[in-house]
Design a protein around this ligand. Structure first.
Ligand SMILES: [Zn+2]
Length: 277
């Protein structure tokens, strides 16, 4: 099965969906792109080689410094039950007081857990998350975590939290971790060191065909020895190039044209949740 593991979804009318006015300004001053609405995402995936797309929830920071973007877990789980092309990527900030309960509630409906430590303002290296990591490892769900691009698109982020090195304690506890954007640009070297040295650490190629990460994608295309640890993600609705109509398909084609194997699209079959656990 071919899966694009990284797509954003949302709708201002969806229950709990939230975008602050500051954040709306950052999205080109127009609020979130209409492309992230479900009919558009479905159209894009149906016109691609992909069988499935992982639609991502997005948890919030659990401090008193404000929330700018939030996509609830129930929303993506409901979508995955309604549309066979959609898989649910839930999002759980380990600092939420009911993190373990939230994982128990959704673990059978989800295929991965999405983090963005900078904008969710938590440090994955914090020892207090050990109990949650144990439950996460037991669940078999991999974590997909933003790992490069400090000045990322969501407002209110804290620098340094997205470093791949911060993921070592989760990896030591047996959690499977997929580093979105392979650490590029800032932490690409750190990503490479870890993806070579750690069995349960992977990279997703999302948003890497875009201008600021294209050079890193070209480097990865030549590193055949790690192609088996890379997974396809587009970062829909971000287009890989200007003027692209079918984002999910074109993003995949660019990578295939560069020499990445088809396994980037099928790898999630074995990195994803193992049903036998
Ligand atoms: Zn993304």
């Amino acid at each position: 099965m071919k899966t694009d593991i990284h797509a954003h979804v949302g709708n201002y009318n969806a229950k709990g969906f939230f975008v602050s006015s500051l954040q709306g300004d950052r999205f080109n001053g127009k609020g979130v792109s209409p492309l992230i609405d479900v009919p558009n995402l479905l159209k894009d995936v149906r016109n691609s080689d992909m069988d499935k797309v992982v639609a991502l929830a997005f948890d919030k920071p659990y401090d008193d410094k404000g929330v700018h973007y939030y996509v609830p877990n129930q929303y993506v789980v409901d979508l995955s039950k309604k549309h066979e092309e959609i898989l649910a990527g839930i999002s759980i900030n380990p600092e939420r007081p009911d993190a373990i309960d939230e994982l128990e509630k959704y673990k059978n409906d989800a295929v991965l857990v999405k983090w963005s430590p900078g904008v969710m303002r938590f440090n994955p290296a914090d020892k207090k998350h050990a109990k949650f990591y144990q439950k996460l490892a037991e669940s078999g769900l991999p974590v997909l975590t933003h790992s490069g691009g400090e000045s990322n698109i969501v407002y209110g982020g804290v620098k340094g939290l997205i470093r791949p090195h911060n993921l070592r304690s989760a990896l030591d506890q047996g959690v499977k971790v997929i580093a979105a954007h392979c650490g590029a640009p800032e932490y690409f070297e750190e990503f490479l060191e870890m993806v070579i040295g750690r069995d349960n650490f992977y990279g997703d190629l999302s948003a890497m065909a875009r201008k600021r990460r294209r050079g890193f994608l070209e480097k990865l295309a030549k590193m055949e020895e790690i192609h088996g640890k890379l997974l396809q993600g587009s970062d829909y609705p971000l287009p890989p190039e200007n003027g692209v109509e079918l984002i999910i398909q074109r993003d995949y084609e660019i990578k295939r044209e560069m020499g990445f194997p088809e396994s980037i699209a099928t790898k999630f079959d074995d990195v994803g949740k193992n049903e036998s656990r």
